[in-house]
Design a protein around this ligand. Structure first.
Ligand code: CTP
Ligand code: MG
Length: 254
């Protein structure tokens, strides 16, 4: 291992190969009935294919590990064979688990040696621009062990005492200072060894990988995210995603 490949706040590690793990094994319950979310189409192409292409668009990414719905692994493999990706990018498909956290862990277990920087990217964020991917990679290469793309919030946020019955009025407990809050997206970027240690140590339920690294007491930093990296969660998000794609196609024939 050359000195270049060790994390350091001053030297960084330019040129370190990057792998991306894409958890895509969720059902998409909030989107309503239908195929698993990652297999639903946007502009005629499965969401997962958009997400894989978004990672492969970065010249630094040489491997993408897709964590597929366990019953659809074969279908996902043939889907990815049928859709063109850059020559430089290898793709692996592995079956996922019951939770996002388990799925990411299964993706990490499948990583071959040689990629010391790992991105974790939700299949449900199909339209993240390559500039965001590259900004995250650059911050890890510059020495951060964990990097999240993040945006300021548009809405004021209230902390409440959650009602026991859905729809009942909920007492407001506090209003955090919005200027100090960020909405966090993916891809999140990590020093591989740190992320693997986090997944081997932290057992609490979490909704992102960076929070596991925080629990280790390691420093996580935020870089600017992008509005187009939004997560497709509910039906309205599909309409927004279709509109973003249509605009891109109009602008550059993509
Ligand atoms: N995910 C996964 N394995 C799971 C659950 C989720 O790989 N067991 C993935 C999803 O496929 C998605 C990402 O984690 O790309 C973010 O999760 P979310 O947006 O919550 O997707 P779903 O869990 O599919 O949606 P829902 O919670 O509405 O069912
Ligand atoms: Mg979910």
């Amino acid at each position: 291992m050359s000195d270049d490949s060790r994390p350091s706040l001053t030297g960084g590690r330019p040129g370190t190969p990057v792998a991306a793990v894409i958890p895509a094994a969720g059902r998409g319950v909030r989107l309503g009935p239908g195929a698993p979310k990652a297999l639903r189409t946007l502009g005629g192409t499965p969401m997962l294919v958009h997400a894989v292409r978004a990672m492969a668009a970065s010249r630094a990414v040489s491997l993408v590990v897709v964590v597929a719905p366990p019953d659809d692994t074969a279908e996902v493999k043939s889907l990815l064979d049928a859709h063109a990706l850059p020559e430089r990018t290898d793709v692996l498909v592995v079956p996922g688990g019951e939770t996002r956290q388990e799925s990411v862990k299964l993706g990490l277990d499948a990583l071959p040696p040689g990629h010391e920087i790992v991105l974790v990217h939700d299949a449900a964020r199909p339209l993240v621009p390559v500039d965001t991917v590259d900004a995250v990679i650059e911050a890890v290469r510059d020495g951060a062990v964990a990097v999240v793309p993040a945006l300021p919030l548009a809405d004021t946020v209230k902390q409440v005492e959650p009602a026991l019955v859905a729809g009942a009025p909920e007492p407001v407990v506090a209003t955090p200072d919005r200027s100090r809050l960020r909405a966090v997206q993916t891809p999140q970027g990590f020093d591989r060894a740190t992320l693997i240690r986090a997944h081997g140590t932290v057992t609490d339920d979490v909704t992102d990988d960076a929070s596991m690294v925080e629990q280790l007491g390691e420093r996580v930093v935020a870089v600017p995210g992008d509005e187009e990296a939004f997560k497709v969660t509910r039906p309205l998000d599909l309409i927004l995603a279709e509109a973003v794609l249509a605009r891109r196609r109009l602008n550059d024939g993509f």
